[in-house]
Design a binder for this molecule. Sequence first.
Ligand SMILES: Cc1cc2nc3c(=O)[nH]c(=O)nc-3n(C[C@H](O)[C@H](O)[C@H](O)COP(=O)(O)OP(=O)(O)OC[C@H]3O[C@@H](n4cnc5c(N)ncnc54)[C@H](O)[C@@H]3O)c2cc1C
Length: 275
Amino acid sequence: MSEPASAIPADTPPAAAHKALPDAQTVTSVRHWTDRLFSFRVTRPRSLRFRSGEFVMIGLMGDNGKPLLRAYSIASPAWDEELEFYSIKVPDGPLTSKLQHIQPGDEIILRPKPVGTLVHDALLPGTRLWLFATGTGIAPFASLMRDPETYERYDQIIMMHACREAAELEYGRELIESLPEDPLIGEMVGDKLKYYPTTTQDDFAHKGRITDNLTSGKVFADLGLPPITPGADRGMVCGSLGFNTDMKAVLEGFGLREGANSDPAEYVVEKAFVG
Ligand SMILES: Cc1cc2nc3c(=O)[nH]c(=O)nc-3n(C[C@H](O)[C@H](O)[C@H](O)COP(=O)(O)OP(=O)(O)OC[C@H]3O[C@@H](n4cnc5c(N)ncnc54)[C@H](O)[C@@H]3O)c2cc1C
């Protein structure tokens, strides 16, 4: 009697057997930025369509034989052939204590069901788009900053990124500095994209919390921009729960209202992690 089509023959090598997982994708590159941060790229399922700024569930097979999955923003733009992720390394984290050791050729699990609120559709039209991130919260904006639609929709895009240490800004800095030379979107980016990185601990050109730099007006003075108004400005926020809560208060103070996919308004928020 012939075997059922789904069965893996007994002589199949382990790697090929693992490939039989429906949602397996292959790691193509890994880069470590600090001892707490790394980025990696994986193959993209042909069927996966997503809007820049969305997140998916990714992970590894757990020791108990069940998938160990976590939410991850897709850091690459919707047009990219591969998928990029930017990750924390939590020393005792169930997933990232293992994920940080992946190498090219390894496989991860990726559930191809993208969702999220950090998408253009959740905002009403405006002229300036403000992107506010702490830590790995820059990941969804790494996608949006590489998406031509961002430059079609807005005259100016301002990326404010705050981290404790200067080294934690490197992933974003390198990406942003490469964009004007990018063969695909470089011309669209031109001088539309303004970058305002700050540190909260290390000595650095600009220091301080994003909220403080907004409420004091320092960022507007430094960049030569008018203060945020609901008529012109749109915001996307991605950071810790505390940062998101503080940012909501600041943006509402400028008169902006929170939007959603089903009810677009002037700003949107998403957690960069739970806890
Ligand atoms: C919508 C959404 C999108 C996310 N996108 C990303 C992403 O693009 N990159 C990413 O690294 N993580 C992201 N996360 C967090 C991610 O889902 C996991 O929490 C993270 O990978 C750690 O997994 P873990 O199993 O090792 O530890 P967990 O048990 O999940 O977390 C342990 C603790 O580590 C801290 N922590 C978790 N993630 C972070 C983080 N990113 N930065 C700082 N502290 C953290 C928290 O205090 C948490 O309680 C996202 C979470 C959500 C809800």
